[in-house]
Design a protein around this ligand. Structure first.
Ligand code: SF4
Length: 234
């Protein structure tokens, strides 16, 4: 099977596939690149922009260049204020770190499971000493939320096998709330656990998606597949 045709599984599907509307789940899993979630893109406009500029700021080995963070005039005034605060938070957190940011793909094919894993891994920093650091930048997460999410971590472990074969730090920073967490996994045992967990969950998600009954509920908000849905006629 061509990679383009592989079902696409995201961390959200792994985490809450059992609770999702199955029609939405099935469409998201099987519509691949055609399903571009514009709503999410709008909501995360500021964090997307911070990530892009942070990438430019360290496109070559060195500390981040502050001038790469350019006021995003295409965004709303509130979003621009948030962007400025987020930039300050990012430079506070990583301003002294010499690194080069690599660009990792948005998806990784898992041929043995017959799917691809799709997620934003964050910023892939290659440090001066050869170390690998995955930076996840949050722009104002809920205070109660854990910074290091176990599902995202498992997906990151499986998706970075080639990029970070022997060492990996996962650093999550809320650049607005100025919270920071660092997780250093035991790559051998944690990757083995992650592969097994993801394998089990992928099997379950594909099973759920094979019976795409619509179920109206909170998933309807922001659903890209409301058109033609029997729960929302007309
Ligand atoms: S609109 Fe609601 S019921 Fe219909 S597919 Fe989307 S989430 Fe499911």
């Amino acid at each position: 099977m061509d990679d383009e045709e592989l079902p696409r599984i995201t961390p959200a599907h792994l985490r809450r596939g059992d609770d999702m509307c199955r029609r939405r789940l099935a469409r998201e899993v099987h519509s691949g690149k055609r399903n571009v979630n514009q709503t999410a893109n709008m909501r995360f406009a500021v964090s997307n922009r911070i990530e892009e500029d942070a990438r430019l700021a360290q496109s070559e080995l060195g500390p981040p260049r502050a001038e790469a963070f350019v006021e995003p005039y295409e965004l709303e005034p509130e979003q621009r204020a948030l962007y400025r605060a987020a930039t300050r938070g990012y430079l506070d957190a990583f301003g002294d770190a010499t690194a080069q940011i690599a660009r990792l793909d948005f998806r990784t094919a898992l041929p043995d499971l017959g799917v691809e894993l799709s997620s934003n891994l964050g910023l892939a920093a290659e440090l001066a000493d050869g170390g690998r650091e995955l930076r996840k930048v949050l722009v104002g997460a809920q205070r109660s939320a854990r910074l290091v999410d176990p599902v995202e971590t498992r997906v990151a472990l499986v998706r970075t096998e080639e990029w970070a074969p022997i060492q990996l730090d996962i650093v999550v920073v809320d650049v607005i709330e100025q919270r920071r967490a660092k997780h250093t996994p035991d790559l051998e045992s944690d990757r083995a656990e992650a592969r097994e967990w993801i394998g089990d969950r992928v099997e379950r998600v594909l099973e759920l998606a094979s019976d795409p009954r619509p179920r109206a509920g909170r998933d309807c908000q922001g659903c890209a597949f409301i058109s033609g849905c029997a729960k929302h006629p007309g």
